[in-house]
Design a protein around this ligand. Structure first.
Ligand code: UDP
Ligand code: MG
Length: 314
């Protein structure tokens, strides 16, 4: 039985050695074979050479070095496509996903009751309060609009059975929002709650703007609600405009009032114009996603690796 641990790394030269040490200690104590798949996501620092050093010393280490920064989603996908394990886990390199949880997760899977064991933060201690607030709103919003459940506080840290990994690999969409994909494929998931841990070294790659974009992507990828909203809204506006027109015409016929008020007319025109652009923008977002999907570009390109039989482009 083989356990694959996938670790996406982007500029993690400081954190990676610490992670390796702790993770190896935990993995050695588990009664199964393991492989450590380190995915270098186009790091600009010495991450790749750290990986090479580790691979030289330790045959459990397989590194996959992408040709540029493709983003964490693509890095994870590269890992999934190349993991050979019967059990596969994804973990961050910064120790925010504590390796010490692994043995418990594996035990839970082995009972056969579940196909996946995932970690869920029950606190957001150490995170800026504004970010936590927006994160909570995001989970409320996406769960309201989307049929796919996205669990608040869920990280990408999870241990899965082969069947589930195959299902994830088969979802080859270009716009990947893993939190949604994991949930979409189904299977029985057990949630392990744990307290938030801050990263050991280096800094987070997520800016507030980056997270906002990621959140909007998540909503667009897993819900058609904004499109329905736009069409319903358009319909209501049309009915309203028609009633207004009838009112004005009838008033003219009965009372012969000339209509005054250039300013009010202008503001209505500008308001409606703005709304139209906003709605067009929403449609444009979906169109842009469709455009990207239609190009069928690869998700990742592996430039360098020490593994054999590695899928280099997919
Ligand atoms: N990561 C990556 N590619 C990226 C950004 C991040 O592979 O473009 C990796 C990063 O090295 C880390 C994990 O994804 O192992 C989570 O990143 P980070 O800790 O910055 O995110 P946070 O934990 O703050 O959500
Ligand atoms: Mg982190």
């Amino acid at each position: 039985m083989l356990l694959s641990l996938i670790v996406p790394c982007y500029d993690e030269e400081e954190a990676l050695p610490l992670f390796y040490k702790e993770c190896t200690a935990v993995a050695e104590g588990m009664d199964c074979e393991y492989e450590l798949l380190l995915v270098n996501d186009g790091s600009r620092d010495g991450t790749l050479s750290v990986m090479k050093d580790l691979a030289e010393k330790d045959s459990h280490v397989v590194y996959l070095s992408l040709s540029r920064n493709f983003g964490k989603e693509a890095a994870m996908y590269a890992g999934f496509c190349n993991a050979r394990g019967d059990y596969v886990a994804v973990m961050d390199a910064d120790m925010q996903d504590p390796p010490s949880l692994l043995p418990g997760m594996l035990e839970k899977l082995r009972t056969g009751e579940y196909d996946c064991v995932a970690a869920r933060r029950v606190s957001r201690a150490g995170e800026p309060p504004v970010r936590s607030w927006f994160a909570r709103r995001f989970y409320k919003l996406i769960n309201h609009f989307s049929d796919t459940e996205v669990v608040d506080g869920a990280r990408d840290f999870r241990l899965m059975k082969r069947e589930m990994v195959d299902a994830i690999v088969s979802m080859s969409e270009y716009n990947r929002f893993s939190k949604g994909l994991f949930s979409w494929v189904g299977f029985r998931t057990f949630w392990i709650p744990y307290e938030n841990v801050e990263r050991v070294a280096g800094k987070t790659k997520w800016s507030f703007w980056g997270l906002t974009k990621y959140a909007l992507d998540g909503i667009i990828n897993f819900s058609q609600a904004p499109l329905s909203f736009v069409s319903v809204f358009g319909f209501i506006m049309t009915v309203f405009a028609f009633l207004m027109l009838a009112f004005v015409v009838i008033r003219k016929l009965i009372f012969g009032d000339p209509v005054a008020g250039w300013a009010s007319t202008m503001s209505v025109i500008i308001f409606v114009g703005g709304l139209q652009l906003f709605c067009l923008g929403i449609i444009g977002q979906y169109l842009a996603k469709t455009y990207l999907e239609a190009k069928h570009r690869p998700h990742f390109i592996i430039a360098e690796t020490n593994g054999d039989g590695v899928t280099k482009i997919k």
